[in-house]
Design a protein around this ligand. Structure first.
Ligand SMILES: Cc1cc2nc3c(=O)[nH]c(=O)nc-3n(C[C@H](O)[C@H](O)[C@H](O)COP(=O)(O)OP(=O)(O)OC[C@H]3O[C@@H](n4cnc5c(N)ncnc54)[C@H](O)[C@@H]3O)c2cc1C
Length: 523
């Protein structure tokens, strides 16, 4: 491959790489896409085996995937194995880095919650004085969100709330179940809106890069995609200062290879993108690459029971369904002990209760579980984590992965802002549930450790000032104009919203800008 120069090399095949490939190839540009992992047969490989056919009966093999809370023996083939691809952290400050290297990345498995950021996030510093504004606002991204929502078939309801921007939705006018309606009414009484959640329907339940983005790129005849190759570094032409070549290794044979490219688009999934750039020692004249690692707090929340649904009286009219309480704190008023805000995911269950919600044993527990079956109701936080310089990733010089690529060291922790926010979320959710007439069984004030939300963001943030940011507002390196980073690494702040709609809209916008720059000969 070494004599060939490709037009655009894309690293990564997930939502962000898939979107870049679709837009660029549709604009007439040839692309080579490299992906670290194998192609999955989405249907065959996700077939769930019965517990009796598994060596650990569905429980995890001890010592495997210790930081992937979401893993079990049924889905253990999904996740990146930490032994093969390690990362390090201070033992007192664990980080749960959840990665998928299959072709299509995490787009094969995401939960599909699909929200826009609002100007309360894009212009957060202007609102409360903390951190930095993004160099773009909702008006810049809205047309791209609309196109992404159309491709991903986002269902939703227009609520007319500035902090929960409406979009190009497949209308969701489904009725609330009785218990959810009680929560809607309880929220009204407290000035808190309970809304329909917004979700990518995709096609046949799959809203991935492999079924919604890459087929369009392949249809142009301009995309070559190679699985099972791990990009270890990018190198620069010392005469021009431009990125010239990517060096990669065959995952299976360990054969080393390289390819020259006119432009490189990095879309390896936030921290892998930053790891690649840090290992390449480029594009970091600002010194902020690796810094401002952000995510969202999850885990804090409440579990309740709807009394009228107990003793076999649950019905489809009374229970079932989900809802979202979009951010309501620090919009018009100021919360006393934290800035920014959180959303609550509400869920009315029709199944069995978790025995951990009852302080009972033996027959007493058995009876409780029978009586409460089908009456569960829960509320959980999705809260903004503040962007802080000291939350960062760097290269660990002592640890390498299975391909001899230096590993990341991750330094991050939550502080009072996050803990106070979690406390407020739990107390508010409890007050709403009690006003709705539910029994609150458990309250958990403790957020899960950083990384758990699988929404790692930042570390190559965008900005107008090359001294304080890595990328400009087009996801283009300030230092190297033929280098783009189109995934969550570009985020300036996290917001409470699940990030993928924003990642997709940014990747689309950036790829269109790049195509135009290539057409006019600027890149
Ligand atoms: C269980 C789960 C639930 C989720 N739920 C939601 C949700 O409801 N809403 C939401 O907005 N988000 C959700 N997310 C997050 C969402 O999946 C991600 O934000 C999004 O898919 C990120 O896309 P990406 O392309 O940036 O990265 P990824 O999907 O991580 O793709 C990166 C790709 O790059 C490849 N790669 C990495 N390193 C290299 C290298 N060195 N060389 C070559 N290739 C490389 C990998 O193989 C991978 O395929 C969820 C994620 C998971 C796992």
């Amino acid at each position: 491959m070494s004599d060939e120069t490709v037009d655009v090399l894309i690293v990564g095949s997930g939502h962000s790489g898939g979107m870049a490939a679709k837009i660029l190839t549709e604009k007439g540009i040839s692309c080579l896409l490299l992906n670290a992992g194998p192609v999955a047969d989405v249907h065959k490989d996700t077939e769930v085996k019965p517990a009796y056919a598994l060596p650990f009966r569905g429980f995890k093999q001890p010592g495997i995937l210790p930081h992937v809370f979401q893993s079990n023996e049924f889905n253990a083939n999904t996740w990146v194995d930490e032994k093969e691809n390690p990362y390090t952290y201070d033992a007192a400050r664990p980080y749960n880095w959840v990665r998928v290297r299959l072709f299509g990345g995490r787009s094969l498995f995401w939960s599909r919650q699909s929200f826009r950021l609002s100007d309360y996030e894009f212009k957060a510093r202007s609102h409360d004085g903390y951190g930095d504004d993004w160099p773009i606002g909702l008006a810049d991204l809205a047309p791209y969100y609309s196109r992404v929502e159309e491709i991903f078939r986002v269902s939703g309801h227009a609520d007319g709330l500035l902090q929960y921007p409406d979009g190009n939705f497949v209308p969701d006018n489904s009725p609330w179940s009785g218990s959810m309606q009680r929560m809607v009414d309880a929220g009204k009484g407290m000035g808190i809106a309970v809304c329909k959640a917004r979700s990518s329907m995709g096609v046949d339940g799959l809203a991935s890069s492999v079924n919604l983005l890459l087929p369009d790129a392949i249809a142009t005849g301009r995309l070559r995609a190679i699985p099972n190759v791990v990009v270890r570094a990018l190198s620069v032409d010392s005469n021009t200062g431009l990125v010239r070549e990517a060096h990669f290794v065959d995952r299976l044979s360990r054969r080393e290879m390289s390819v020259k490219a006119r432009v490189v688009v990095v879309a390896a999934g936030t921290l892998e993108s930053t790891r690649l750039l840090l290992n390449s020692r480029l594009a970091n004249s600002s010194g902020v690459m690796g810094h401002y690692l952000i995510d969202q707090i999850y885990g804090a929340g409440i579990a309740c029971s709807v009394p009228e649904a107990r003793d076999g009286k649950a019905s489809p009219e009374l229970t079932g369904g989900s809802a979202l309480v979009p951010r309501f704190r620090n919009i018009d008023t100021r919360a006393g002990n934290f800035i920014r805000g959180y959303a609550l995911n509400l869920y009315s269950s029709t199944g069995g209760m978790d025995p951990r919600h009852f302080a009972a044993y033996g027959d007493e527990l058995r009876i409780k579980l029978e009586r409460y079956h089908g009456s569960g109701f829960s509320a959980g936080i999705m809260g903004e984590v503040l962007a802080r310089f000291e939350n960062n990733v760097s290269i660990d010089k002592t640890v390498v992965d299975a391909w001899d690529i230096p590993a990341l060291h991750i330094e991050t922790k939550y502080t009072d802002n996050e803990f106070n926010m979690a406390r407020d979320a739990v107390d508010t959710a409890s007050a709403m549930a009690e006003a709705a007439g539910f029994e609150v069984l458990t309250k958990n004030y403790q957020p899960n450790p950083p990384g758990y939300s699988i929404h790692e963001l930042g570390t190559c943030r965008m900005g107008d000032d090359p001294k304080t940011s890595v990328l400009n507002k087009w996801n283009q390196s300030h230092d190297i104009k033929n280098l783009f980073v189109v995934d969550g690494a570009a985020f300036v702040s996290a917001g409470w919203q699940n990030p993928t709609m924003t990642i997709l809209a940014l990747a689309m916008r950036s790829a269109e800008y790049l195509a135009e720059q290539m057409r006019t000969g600027n890149v």
